[in-house]
Design a protein around this ligand. Sequence first.
Ligand SMILES: Cc1ncc(COP(=O)(O)O)c(C=O)c1O
Length: 380
Amino acid sequence: MQIPYGRQWIDEEDIKAVEEVLRSDYLTTGPKVSEFEKDVCGYVGAKYGVAFSSGTAALHAACRAANVGEDEDDEVITSPLTFAASANCAFYAGGKPVFADIDPRTWNIDPVDVERKVTRNSRALVLVDFAGQPCDMERYWVVAKKHKLALIEDAAHALGAEYRGKKTGSYSDMTIFSFHPVKHITTGEGGMVVTNNEAYYEKLLRFRNHGITRDERWMTQREGGWYYEQLELGYNYRLTDIQCALGISQLKKLPMFLERRREIADRYSRAFRRVKGVTVPYEIPMVNSAWHLYVILVPAEIRRQAYDRLHEAGVLVNVHYLPVYMHPYYREHGYAKVCCPKAEAYYERALSLPIYPAMTEEEIEYVIETTSRIVEELQP
Ligand SMILES: Cc1ncc(COP(=O)(O)O)c(C=O)c1O
């Protein structure tokens, strides 16, 4: 048995939806893009959505829409416990990431440390809903408003999560999602920014398409039907109709996907709470996690061996994440002295167990039985 830590669910409906687009007039920049954007907005409760070619492109766009890079010294505060893209986006936009440590209980960024890291150069706060558990938004809102920071939520892990009964996507200035195959729904590669702010929306639309507009409100002159203008430097970050058709079809299954992820997480928590030396994820009372990842902490001395033995047994656990500033690129670019002790302590103990809707009962049982046995045998 080989059980990956995550994988997609593709069925005949999805294949049919993609096939229809392949037989239609538009492979890209056609009707499926706005349909997908509308569906995601309707689902999360946001006004505007702009689909991007990846979650990373969406983060880049959100940073630029928030004017990161306008001044040379602009800083973006983010979590070290994330995929590198949450921090790289600050560099892409012409700013610099600054890391605040995590809360060792929730594994999300610590609002108290965020406030400590604010300087007069801080321009945005990129929150990461780690593993699918939304940040306690009200605490960051206070900090963001006080210091006039744009609040960007990296919800690549959290499509369908809820905070105080509302879906992730309706709280922050801009929220980004990723549709990579290990995420909740997939378009192969893909991402989206959702926002309730029209000005951000307009900027995001242009940024996705070379900075080009055909909107007469923004153009310096009118020439004729063919005419468009490039107003700023943008990119080709478009998502195709082929991918959006897949996204539309996948989104219909999201409630079922989430239910299954929550069921698996619940089974794991009940089982692993009883295993000596294992810490299961803490669940913040007013949130409902989307469970992109299910992480357990084991004693640091046994993590490496537990990882290797689980792989030998076909349970393909993973480790999320090496704190971003510890990557060689960061060390070589001024971050060698950065230290977030809580993120580092977490990193030494973490193991992400397989969790995805297509897991069979037999696979879930196998993960529980194998992990419990190996961790117990390795106890120091
Ligand atoms: C927290 C986080 N942010 C951003 C991204 C980037 O998304 P994408 O792979 O769609 O570019 C990922 C992807 O793994 C992620 O986990």
